[in-house]
Design a protein around this ligand. Sequence first.
Ligand code: WT7
Length: 626
Amino acid sequence: MIKSLSEFKQAKVQAEENPGGFWSEVAREFHWKSPWKQTLDYDFSIPEVKWFIGGKLNITENCLDRHLATQPNKTAILFEPNDPTGEVQRLTYKELHTRVCQTANMLRANGAKKGDRICIYMPMVPELAIAVLACARIGAIHSVVFAGFSATALAARINDASCSMLLTADGGFRGAKTIALKEIADEALNSCSTVNCCLVLQRTQQEVQWNFIDKWWHEELEKVDDNCSAEVMDSEDPLFILYTSGSTGKPKGMVHTCGGYMVYTAYTFKNVFQCQPNDVYWCTADIGWITGHSYIVYGPLANGSTTVMFEGVPSYPALDRFWEVCAKHKITHFYTAPTAIRALEKHPTSLVEKHDLSSLKVLGSVGEPINAEAWHWYDEHVGKHNCPIVDTWWQTETGGILISSLAGVTPQKPTFATLPLPGVQTVLLNNEGDEIEGEGEGILAIKHPWPSIARTIWGDHERYKNVYFSAYPGYYFPGDGALRDADGNYRITGRVDDVVIVSGHNLGTAPIENAINEHPEVVESAVVGFPHDIKGNALCAYVIVRDMGVDSISIEKEIREEVAKTIGPIAKPDRILIVSGLPKTRSGKIMRRILRKLAAGEYDQLGDISTLLNPEVVEEIKRQNS
Ligand code: WT7
């Protein structure tokens, strides 16, 4: 573990001068079934990246078996249920190992094998983490789909990867509601022909329909034992697929591989959070997102830490739920999203103050830029000015944290993610693609691979190349803008493409537009983000309809329903404006920049609109807005 600023600086120099030597030193701490022959091979122009070439391993042996000799009885997963009076579960490393092995045998007994894709659509219960690890145990590629996604979104993801199995539950508890997961899964499976087995966990005990491919999880588990050899995986074999939105309608199935992902998530978890042996670490994300994969499951377990899984939501049964859980389990590390902080910040601080938060040592932020107000509120009311805050910048595509301070080790700076981690070679580019030296603002890019960079988009390597490696040849292009201060600290300024981050959820505007355009009355639409004081960004949809005389209230309602159905409720636009036209360039390209300014009410920053094909619609939109 990096323990001082000078060690950090030294690690950065080493990793930059000799990446292969640096990362092979880090990787040696793990259990490999056979060693790698070459540390790294890459070419961003193909693009191709390989780490620990020829190495053989199984990530679950590193997350589980390795700890059995040293700390079998330490809590691996601490589960806090949705209902505060419900049953807390503590799974020791030994118990987790047993349950993963048994579940892995259940998957094998139902036909799953190395290389198969298994879709996981489950609530935040221990069996979700167990299912993920069970797939990894047998070398099946997991594809977790967040349980808030709709049937259409689930089906698209199952079909894209031709999954042969689906793991789901009867239902899930979420605040005061129950979500009918099996019912949604059934609807999805109507349009999925590759799935031949659906294992159903009993969670809510609600009634479900039963199909011929369905089997009860608990019944299948009874048929198998807990002796399960770990599949031998090549370092570059896929470990999982995780979908993220892109700027076209189709989600991108980012592929992460075994060796590099393990090494990098473990290394970054250890150094960013500085977890000590008796600490209790809680990341509030869902395992359906990359944050949950890397920093609830793999990173903490690879380090032998205690990781908390929370089934519920911040507002149920009351708005002090996060702080209640922190006090109840004496949480030492709390990692959440700015949108959650902003939502809680609106309520009386007495909600925080009534709980004993003295166990907290480190706070974390992830998913979007954290504004100064939220940062200071977090620091003052949660951290009591006594906990370092790590603002961690990364993406689904990067697998692990790329820019962050190390808690208590390197300096923090409010609203800045600060410095790239060892081995992460960030640059700022201007619009021409030239590197900016020193202080400045521009496009963030990375000029050397780190071990957990996604290797491809499932089934579409060409798209992987186009999206990430073509805009600025020779660099990985994450799609974010950033500014850099004189000390080299980065502040992420937001997306530079058509992705909007709403309440920490990465949403492509194109798929939302496609969903809106499905409505028979809609001619064309454009969706943009605008600043929102809780969600960070909210969505505004500009919609052209066939007949301006239609009942706009009912169309708006139908559009929201359509979006919820095809993507999920999180993608429903906050504002829908029925307009007669969209501002376009003479070549017919929608001027999203202008729509963004209009949605934000920044009428004085529209720039020259006289070159538009139809400047009059700008005035119309302004009138509608007021
Ligand atoms: C996008 C990636 C990182 C895992 C969860 C989201 C934004 C993420 C930060 C941060 C400013 C951030 C970026 C990035 N983002 N973390 N600390 N400061 N922006 O993963 O859904 O793949 O989204 O989230 O815009 O590109 P994701």
